[in-house]
Ligand binder design. Structure first.
Ligand code: NAD
Ligand code: PRE
Length: 361
């Protein structure tokens, strides 16, 4: 692939464009809001000048409700040899395109299973898709050349291609993305009118559970509108677990010993089932989950602190596998948790101490 056109230069479009530019592809950027395309260009994601002729691949990264119309327009104008979209739902856009009577041999629906709770080009990074699954949904109509262009994009983004049927994809993401998103919003919604004295105690647990609740509701209404049935089915199961859990907790409040035992069993069952599901969540790069050791560093809330820690870890030859930051309530300080391979933890600890960092347990 030598040339690409990214239409919709928000988080996902600009991240893909950055990855393509890094691999030497000439990328043109377009957005119905020209300011977004200009910002993406200023970030080094390509040029916001229109291409002079058809590009090799058009990547449509607009919100799901606009995908079919944007693709249809691009196809009718002959902007590219191959076309793909990255929308979070696949069945709906494909049906809309079919209904428009377009020749779909030059199109393939795709979905990178990676994103952020922030929108827009300023949230984009060229490594957003590294090691993540990227679903491709070819049909009998899809040209091999177009499938190959899509595989090239996935490879340039260092993602892992996964081929699926569009409707099977939509059922799968209802389970691993759409239902969890709503549950996260429901937990976060409890905080809206909560006492400040309670909210200020928020720790890492609630941050993990509510991070995605910060996402743009306009994008998510589009996604959920295109996949309501499977998500409603899953939430029905969640509601039944909730009812059981409430019953068990009420039993725990009882003065009756037998009822309390019943309650303990009910809650234990829920927590144990949770453990059993959680261990199935794949680790980084789609591999089995790994156990890292955590090195905790106290930092001042000042610019450049994280960059210095990463540089010092690099000098010590230690790869940081994951990182979390916990801000101390009411103080200009925070704790950085650096997750590393167990054998690297003492090496990193010693190196950071020697460089003057304060380590915590
Ligand atoms: N955010 C995620 O985590 C994530 C992950 C994977 C896939 N996706 C999918 O990627 C797509 C883009 O999501 P995002 O998070 O980058 O959103 P975003 O809001 O960051 O960017 C969307 C961009 O599309 C532009 N746009 C809107 N309508 C348009 C139109 N008609 N023509 C051209 N441009 C238009 C907007 O101006 C905006 O710049 C969506 O289809 C979404 O389902 C999102
Ligand atoms: O990590 C996040 O912020 C995301 O919400 C990413 C996430 C997901 O649920 O995994 C969200 C929607 C996309 O369609 C794909 C990825």
């Amino acid at each position: 692939m030598r040339t690409a056109l990214v239409i919709g230069t928000g988080l996902i479009g600009t991240s893909a464009a950055l990855a393509l530019v890094q691999r030497g592809v000439t990328v043109h950027l377009a957005d119905h809001d020209p300011e977004q395309a200009r910002t993406a260009a200023a970030l080094g994601a390509g040029t916001d000048d229109p291409p002079q002729g058809p590009v090799d691949l058009a990547v449509v990264a607009a919100p799901p409700a606009h995908v079919a119309a944007v693709l249809a327009d691009a196809m009718r104008r002959g902007l590219a040899r191959g076309y793909l979209d990255v929308a979070s739902v696949k069945g709906g856009p494909h049906r809309e395109l079919t209904a428009l009577g377009l020749d779909l041999s030059s199109y393939i629906g795709t979905h990178p299973m990676s994103g952020r709770e922030r929108s827009g080009p300023l949230a984009a990074t060229g490594d957003l898709f590294e090691g993540r699954p990227w679903v491709l949904t070819p049909t009998r109509d899809t040209d091999t050349e177009v499938l190959n262009l899509a595989l090239e994009l996935v490879s340039h983004c260092r993602a892992v291609p996964v081929v699926m049927d569009a409707d099977a994809h939509d059922r799968a993401v209802a389970l691993v993305s759409h239902m969890p998103h709503l549950v996260s919003s429901m937990v976060a919604a409890r905080l809206e009118n909560a006492e400040e004295s309670a909210v200020r105690l928020c720790g890492q647990g609630i941050r993990d559970v509510t991070r995605i609740a910060a996402s743009d509701p306009r994008m998510w209404i589009d996604i959920l509108s295109a996949n309501p049935g499977p998500v409603a089915d899953l939430l029905t199961d969640v509601a039944s677990d909730l009812e059981e859990t409430v019953r068990a907790l009420r039993a725990l409040q009882s003065a009756d010993d037998a009822k309390r035992v019943e309650g303990t069993l009910g809650i234990t069952d829920m927590l144990t089932r949770g453990n059993a599901g959680q261990v199935r969540v794949p680790g980084k790069h789609g591999t089995a989950p790994r156990t890292y050791e955590t090195v905790v560093v106290l930092i001042d809330d000042q610019p450049g602190q994280l960059a210095r820690i990463f540089a010092d870890a690099d000098r010590a030859g230690v790869n940081i596998e994951d990182v979390r930051i916990e801000h101390a309530t009411g103080q200009q300080a925070g704790l950085v948790q650096l997750m590393v391979e167990p054998k690297a933890a003492p090496v990193l600890g010693t190196a950071l101490r020697e460089r003057g960092w304060a380590l915590r347990q």
